[in-house]
Design a protein around this ligand. Structure first.
Ligand code: PMP
Length: 452
């Protein structure tokens, strides 16, 4: 008789198609099946414990099984679990919108709910497009994005995506976007040269094509999925200023960077930028429930506010828009962030992580360590002097993550970049243990050939 674990593993391999996963690889190994979480730990069905070193895809704020968040959901369940925002409202959706506007970069005044980062991005794109349509400037229809950008997996979000491995196959079904360089200080001769490459690309485009461009979409300060790339200081505010000058909307995709992750409530705050549209998701509910939001300025909102016959209504909505359970837990999560002074705490913890990672920088195959707050990417290279990358066939990032798992920490690679995005609630001792595991995994794979 098969054990329960064996039955679950067989059923997983028979029925579940996993995201971003080559299932042929997945089916070769025993699946990792999580049964429960506690604080920063996850436990599999065999009772093995792992640090949640990538915050369950970058969204864990307060840890797992947080009594206050559980209670917020339980309290809301006793009232109503679902309703709609179509022509009516619900209490948590109103209260959360008020709170979001209080903490968002000032100038953002309206909240449009959805249920994932990608849907939040779709909404921002459609709002930007229709904003110009409603204002009678119907030639402003295209979008600008940054090289290697990732904004989600729905068709609009993929159209402004620029990671060939994920996006190229879909190109024939997408709308075309302009792509400007992303400042890569590591490979483009330092921060100043890299920033100038990106800014001059944008400047040229806006000087020549602004009348056909609706908006620029940017992952502010940290471009996540491309390998935790960090923008040189000043770049974001300069891009926002260029957009303003040329009458192009500025969309900040804060799905990964929002809610304290970079050491500020929003990455835009690091350069005091107020975007025209801002997308949030992931950490909004502390990672508990699928909820996202697109925030807009009064100027954007005003272009849709008209008599019905003028046909300026924003015709967009999802069945779960403004779900009360999601909004209730999000509101409690934001309150907890304040009560625990979490954003200030991230700055202190980020320093500790930076110091503890320091010695890794001298290792033979560590090319670049990029960090903003508690978002870290460690790029592994075959040759440190020439920055020559590892061949993807060596699966260096995957091997490091498998070794880290063996040592008791979960994370996911982005190609040759090992990602470390711990829950914001991690204690200093927990962070130290996680960094030590990461360092050991990197050394054992790159210097001792583990998993080759
Ligand atoms: N934008 C950014 C910057 C992201 O990092 C992600 C997800 N990693 C998304 C959008 C898409 O969010 P979701 O997976 O919730 O659709």
């Amino acid at each position: 008789m098969a054990t329960r674990s064996e039955q679950l593993a067989a059923a997983d391999q028979s029925y579940v198609w996993h995201p971003f996963t080559q299932m042929k690889d997945y089916n070769r190994v025993d699946p990792l099946i999580i049964e429960r979480g506690e604080g920063v730990m996850l436990y599999d069905i065999h009772g093995r414990a792992y640090y949640d070193g990538f915050s369950s895809v970058w969204l864990n704020v307060h840890g797992h099984r947080v009594p206050e968040l559980n209670q917020a959901i339980t309290d809301q369940l006793a009232l109503v679990a679902h309703s709609t925002l179509l022509g009516m409202a619900n209490v948590p959706a109103i209260e959360l919108a008020e709170k979001l506007i209080e903490i968002a970069p000032k100038g953002l005044k309206k909240v449009f709910y959805s249920d994932s980062g990608a849907t939040g991005v779709e909404i921002a794109l459609k709002m930007a497009f229709q904003y110009w349509h409603n204002k009678g400037m119907r030639g402003k229809t295209s979008f600008v994005t940054m090289n290697q950008a990732y904004h989600g997996d729905t068709i609009g979000a993929v159209s402004v995506g620029a990671i060939p491995l994920y996006h190229e196959v879909f190109r024939p079904m997408l709308f075309p976007s302009h792509v400007i360089p992303y400042p890569d200080a590591y490979r483009q001769g330092g921060p100043e040269a890299a920033a100038e490459a990106a800014l001059s690309g944008l400047r040229l485009l806006l000087e020549t094509r602004a009348e056909s461009i609706a908006a620029l979409i940017v992952e502010p300060i940290v471009q996540g999925a491309s390998g935790i790339m960090v923008m040189p200081h000043g770049c974001l505010s300069e891009m926002a200023a260029l957009c303003r000058k040329h009458d192009v909307l500025f969309i900040a995709d804060e799905v990964a960077t929002g809610f304290g992750r970079t050491g500020a409530m929003f990455a835009c705050d690091l350069e005091e930028v107020t975007p025209d549209l801002m997308v949030v998701g992931k950490g909004l509910t502390g990672g508990y429930l699928p909820l996202a939001a697109t925030l807009a300025t009064d100027e954007v909102y005003g272009a849709f506010y008209a008599d019905y016959e003028e046909r300026k209504t924003f015709f967009h909505g999802h069945s779960y828009t403004g779900n009360p359970l999601g909004c209730a837990v999000a509101l409690r999560s934001l309150q907890l962030m304040e009560e625990r002074n979490l954003v200030e705490g991230v700055k202190v913890k980020a320093n500790l992580v930076e110091q503890r990672l320091g010695p890794l920088a001298d290792r033979r195959h560590v090319g670049d360590i990029r960090q903003k707050g508690l978002m870290v990417g460690i790029e592994l290279v075959r040759d440190k002097v020439s920055c020559e990358p590892y061949d993807w066939k060596e699966r260096i990032g995957v091997r490091v993550c498998l070794r880290a798992r063996e040592l008791g920490m979960l994370t996911r690679p982005l190609g040759n970049v090992v990602v470390f995005i711990p829950p914001l609630s991690s204690t200093e001792a927990e962070l130290a243990s996680m960094v030590d595991i990461l360092s050991e995994a990197i050394i054992s794979v790159t210097e001792q050939g583990w998993g080759a």
